[in-house]
Design a protein around this ligand. Structure first.
Ligand code: PEP
Ligand code: MG
Length: 757
């Protein structure tokens, strides 16, 4: 075998060199070899680290210190970690190695260059095992002494308590784990961000770029709301842009590290990228995607006129074309089964969450396994590669949020939290509902994008709208080209604050609540400029409030689904209702006349009339406002004509609830999930007659329940005359196609009939 050098330059490295340079080093080398503008640099290889251990004589004490360590004993783990790190830090780096690192640094622009020093760990026996995020990175390092110190700190970080724990749980022998260190020109980005080379949910040839001022860490960590650009590769045009208010930036701090600065007013709402820059970045993205044969998630940065590509990795959320998954062993051993609630295949380590307080331990790329998710878990849900729950059906909280995030999910497994073990490597197939042991055989095949979507946009007579729950998903939702938002659930805007509405009221913090709601809804309205956005008033069953501050005052109900939720709660809690109305009122006053308000869980027209009267009392011009109801309770479907006489402007089927209330099937109960049938004749009969009445009166009739994301149901709805459908982000492309096909078939059949007559 060829002797591995201590130092390798990025341009000499190929992806096969992973054992020498770790995953990060190999990926950077591969990118520079394909001509992407990767900042220059070199890698202190894993061999150099081995030399260091042997020549300094610390190898033996280091590994015996870790032998027989009980990593579940926190104290012992901390002690062992401290000792190991001290051994590495106190050892003197061999002079010859120091010299080689110095020489290489000198070659980088004469030695005065500011560099980023990043750990790139690897395992001898399993070189592509992922240790991402376990070891440290040091930014803004200048001078030989600081560089040598940072390299040694990276090595020491291989023995951080978390890293030791992780390896022990994965069954890695500490002796076989190596670390390389990437030393790379530090780019003091004026602007930076991330890019998806294809649409991350549908796989459409749309490049989605997010960017903000300063270093990319601000975008990657989510500390700033970035600008968003959607570039259509078919036409070469920027088809959508959302300019966010960028309040802070992360910049280099003098000679060492980084700091966060406030952004001056004038730059906060200035577009970060020009159309020309978007197009250039998209071209680099395409080169990477073509090279790797799979859409990429790329980090980029710009200084003056110069663009840099900092990292590229496969997008993991695109729906699988072929979901035939094989594990490493090829056997595809199924550990747990449930309902496939959000399509896609993802591999990762299990993290079992028994209490929302534990979500702090969730790392990007983990697989979240829990009894049932709650709105206060959404921040953690946004980080993970997949979600698995014991409870729930297709319309439970976990299912709805996962689909919106484009994260694969399996719900209603009954026993995932006891069968799956923390740290275990698993693969989740969110379409079939299977959880396999181990990793995918070939992620790139299993995650191939769906077939290309039609080249020209489909125009349908039936509007195809999209459901949104999280403002962060608004730009992605708008990028689908949907005709508006048929349901904006505001629970997440509020519940993400981790305090109940009652808490804000009891603590005199109403203004904060109104402001949060106002800002969240505004993001969605801005993303759908000129298109209708139907915002639903608060609808969270009491059990969803319980974990939050103020939740202790929530009543304990036998059947929260049949309890104090939706409009019935708002009518009895005018304080809570008024805060929501105040936010809507301010938005209308700002000129957002695309905002419509929809009341959930109405069972009698009197409730609609009462809600409207209260709004009028609080100063809303109810004659000008667009107000409608969700048809979720059979009584509402049956009495729809009375609702129309009461003055609704629209109605939308909330089939998630309509099915449970028509068939007496708790939508969150996995024991009866197989009986949950949106196409049950009784449900269809209710829908059919309500559509007909709405048509007769010229009132818009829509659907925003999960059934509106299912093609067979949508075919039936279009045939029966529905005026619009609102689907999940991931389903828009297929629903639009379903609607178009059905409409064309109806026209064709009618033409044929008249021809025959
Ligand atoms: C529904 O009931 O169909 C609906 C869309 O509302 P939710 O799922 O939030 O109850
Ligand atoms: Mg509902």
């Amino acid at each position: 075998m060829k002797e591995m050098p201590d130092i390798l330059w990025l341009e000499e490295i190929r992806k096969e060199d992973i054992a020498a340079v770790g995953g990060k080093g190999a990926s950077l080398g591969e990118m520079s070899s394909m001509g992407l503008p990767v900042p220059g640099g070199f890698v202190v290889t894993s061999r150099a680290f081995r030399h260091f251990l042997i020549e300094t004589g610390i190898e033996q004490p280091l590994f015996s210190n870790l032998e027989n360590l009980n990593v579940d004993d926190n104290n012992a783990l901390e002690q062992a970690s401290k000792k190991a790190r001290a051994l590495v830090m106190k050892a003197k780096m061999p002079a010859s190695l120091k010299e080689r690192i110095r020489e290489s640094y000198q070659k980088l622009n004469g030695g005065g260059m500011v560099v980023a020093v990043r750990s790139s760990a690897t395992a001898e026996d399993l070189p592509d095992a992922s240790f991402a995020g376990q070891q440290e990175t040091f930014l803004n390092i200048k001078g030989e002494k600081n560089l040598l110190d940072a390299v040694q700190k990276c090595w020491a970080s291989l023995y951080g308590a978390r890293a030791i724990y992780y390896r022990a749980k994965q069954g890695f022998d500490d002796r076989s784990v190596n670390i390389a260190v990437v030393v790379q020109q530090m780019i003091n980005s004026e602007k930076a961000g991330v890019m998806f080379t294809s649409h991350p949910v549908t796989g459409e040839p749309l490049t989605i770029i997010e960017g903000s001022w300063g270093l990319g860490e601000a975008v990657v960590s989510g500390s700033v709301s970035p600008d968003k650009y959607v570039y259509d590769q078919r036409t070469g045009n920027v088809i959508d842009r959302l300019i966010a208010q960028k309040k802070t930036e992360i910049v280099s701090d003098g000679e060492h590290g980084t700091k966060t600065l406030d952004i001056g007013k004038e730059r906060q709402e200035t577009s970060v990228l020009s159309d020309e820059e978007v197009a250039r970045l998209a071209t680099f993205g395409k080169i990477a995607e073509t090279h790797y044969g799979i859409p990429q998630d790329i980090e980029w940065s710009i200084v003056g006129e110069t663009m840099y590509i900092l990292q590229s990795r496969p997008i993991t959320t695109i729906r699988s074309g072929a979901t035939q998954v094989k594990t490493e062993t090829g056997e595809g051993k199924i550990l747990v089964k449930g309902q496939g609630a959000s399509p896609g295949v993802a591999t990762g380590r299990v993290v079992v969450i028994r209490d929302v307080k534990d979500t702090g331990s969730v790392q990007a790329g983990d697989i979240l396994v829990t009894k049932m998710t709650n709105p206060d878990m959404v921040p953690a849900m946004q980080k993970v590669a997949a979600i698995v729950t014991d409870e729930g059906g297709m319309t439970c909280h976990a299912a709805i949020v996962s689909r919106e995030l484009g994260t694969p999910a399996v719900v209603g497994t009954r026993n995932a939290t006891s069968v799956l073990k923390p740290g275990q490597l698993i693969t989740v197939d969110g379409e079939k509902g299977f959880i396999y042991e181990g990793a995918l055989e070939k992620p790139s095949q299993a995650q191939a994008p769906v077939a290309a979507i039609t080249a020209s946009p489909l125009i349908t007579a039936t509007s195809v709208k999209v459901n949104v729950s999280i403002p962060g998903a608004a730009a992605r939702a708008a990028a689908t080209g949907a005709d508006g938002v048929g349901l904006l659930r505001i629970e997440h805007l509020i519940l993400g604050l981790n305090k109940t509405p009652g808490w804000f009221i009891a603590n005199g913090r109403e203004e904060e609540f109104i402001d949060e709601l106002y800002k969240g809804i505004k993001i969605v309205l801005d993303a759908f400029n000129g298109k209708p956005v139907w915002v639903r008033t608060l609808d969270a069953p009491t059990d969803e409030f319980r974990n939050m501050a103020g939740g202790e005052n929530e009543p304990h109900e036998h059947n929260p689904m049949l309890g104090w939720r939706g409009i019935r709660r708002d009518l009895q809690s005018p304080d809570q209702f008024r805060l929501q109305v105040e936010a809507f009122k301010r938005l209308w006053e700002k000129g957002y006349d695309n905002l419509g308000v929809m009341f959930p869980m109405v069972s009698h027209p009197e409730e609609f009339i009462a809600a409207r009267e209260m709004m009028a009392e609080w100063g809303v011009d109810v004659n000008a406002a667009t107000l409608g109801v969700m048809i979720e309770i059979p009584s509402c479907a049956i009495m729809i004509e009375d609702f129309i006489h009461a003055g609704i402007d629209f109605a939308s089927f909330g089939t998630n609830d309509l099915v449970q209330y028509t068939l007496a099937i708790d939508r969150n109960n996995e024991n009866v999930a197989s009986m949950y049938q949106p196409k049950h004749p009784a449900v269809l009969a209710l829908i059919d007659q309500a559509i007909e009445v709405c048509r007769d009166h010229g009132v818009e009739c829509s659907i925003c329940g999960q059934a509106g994301s299912e093609p067979p149901m949508v075919t039936w709805l279009v045939e029966h005359g529905i005026t619009s459908v609102s689907a999940n982000i991931d389903a828009i492309a297929k629903i639009r196609e379903t609607v178009a096909r059905t409409e064309q078939r109806i026209i064709l059949e009618s033409a044929r009939r008249s021809h025959a007559e």
